[in-house]
Design a protein. Structure first.
Lengths: 245, 141
């Protein structure tokens, strides 16, 4: 849709800024084997941002309970592992918070094992840990999960490959073009250098933005450590660019 | 401020993301509901058993928001199959009739054909080819 067409329709739609080059992994990344047969080879077709791209699903409070943000609850006992708080804010690149958006997380247990049939490596399952959580951000875009520190785990991508400890995040934002699936890593992990998934992000500074920050202020004495992880989504120009001069 | 990079959804999202009514944009029995079904296939034509398919659409009146959730989510099974129960969307308002609901207008016939679902017994079918001679047309948004 051209800007002229936007005006003619009476619609005022935001146009979301592209992420800088090097922010996202290429669709084909030889180091991550399973991308080889799973990436499109034809060039992507640019799509202007219409209504479908600039809206997003709204998940009501009825679908998400407060208990969903505490991964250590809901079982007979507490899970094994180091209890941690993971908190942060979902923001747009101009620091505008994204309120009331769904944040979902999933992770391995303290021994690095997922509760999934596809993970059969010899680490124990924890009957008291399922590994999934969700919450809606508040009016300032804030979220807060209680969970346990996930373990590193081996995978078959290359000889002696190990994933650094991480928590998967899925965020919707206020427009479908803001949809983000990412992973949060922990500071100082010795496994970064050999992990093709972490290193598939071309820009070194961008990779650092996937690493959370230890936050002593937010720890709870005698109870839990705390990490801060802010998630920044592409923002939009407040009004569409118009050439009405 | 600079944006957060994306990372693979990985093979183990199934522990959390496919929540119970994910494939049901509308409840079973809703008047006019259709099943959108298909497979996700890789460059060898092999099924992708660990794909996540999400859908987002307007309601039959071409509107977003309101009571119609508009969002569907399905994992794939061992044969790469996904399924979403929904209502057929109406045309979405845009700048002109030509642009309404036809962002694919600028595509050549072959590229457009990869995006057109075919009628089936209980709705529509669309296979998603990540690669290969029938590669689905993907958009940069």
């Amino acid at each position: 849709m051209t800007d002229t067409a936007r005006r003619a329709s009476g619609l005022v739609l935001p146009t979301f800024r592209p992420d800088p080059d090097g922010t996202h992994p290429p669709l084909d990344y030889p180091g991550y084997k399973s991308t080889a047969l799973r990436h499109p080879k034809r060039p992507l077709v640019p799509l202007p941002h219409g209504l479908t791209e600039t809206t997003a699903p709204v998940f009501g409070e009825d679908r998400v309970t407060e208990a969903d943000a505490d991964l250590t609850q809901g079982h007979a006992e507490e899970p094994q592992g180091q209890r941690i708080i993971v908190y942060g804010q979902v923001l747009e690149d101009d620091r505008r918070p994204v309120p009331n958006t769904l944040v979902e997380v999933w992770q391995a247990n303290a021994g690095g094992r997922y509760r999934h049939d596809g993970d059969q490596h010899p680490a124990p399952l924890d009957p008291n840990f399922s590994g999934g959580g969700r919450c809606l951000t508040d009016a300032e875009g804030r979220f807060r999960f209680i969970t346990i520190q996930p373990g590193a785990y081996p995978w078959g991508n290359h000889h002696n490959a190990w994933r650094p400890a991480h928590i998967h995040f899925s965020v919707f934002g206020r427009a479908f073009v803001q949809r983000l699936v990412t992973q949060m890593y922990f500071p100082g992990d010795p496994l970064f250098f050999q992990d093709p998934i972490f290193n598939s992000v071309p820009d070194a500074a961008a990779r650092e933005r996937m690493i959370c920050r230890f936050d002593l202020e937010q720890t709870v004495p005698e109870w839990a450590l705390a990490y801060q992880f802010d998630i920044v989504l592409r923002g939009a120009d407040a009004t569409p660019m118009e050439d009405d001069h | 401020m600079p944006t957060t990079p994306s990372q693979t959804v990985g093979p183990f999202f199934a522990i959390e993301l496919p929540y119970g009514d994910g494939p049901y944009v509308v409840a079973e029995g809703t008047a006019g509901a259709v099943w959108l079904r298909g497979r996700v296939l890789d460059g060898d034509g092999a099924p992708v058993p660990d794909a996540l398919v999400e859908s987002w659409q307007a309601d039959p009146g071409g509107r977003f928001g309101g009571d119609f959730r508009g969002f569907g989510r399905s994992g794939t099974d061992d044969e790469g199959r996904w399924a979403i129960l929904t209502l057929k969307p109406g045309p979405v308002p845009a700048g002109s009739d030509a642009a309404a609901q036809a962002p694919h207008g600028g595509l050549d016939e072959q590229a457009r054909a990869t995006l057109v679902a075919q009628p089936s017994a209980d709705g529509y079918e669309l296979d998603i080819h990540l690669q290969g001679p029938h590669e689905t047309t993907f958009f940069a948004v």
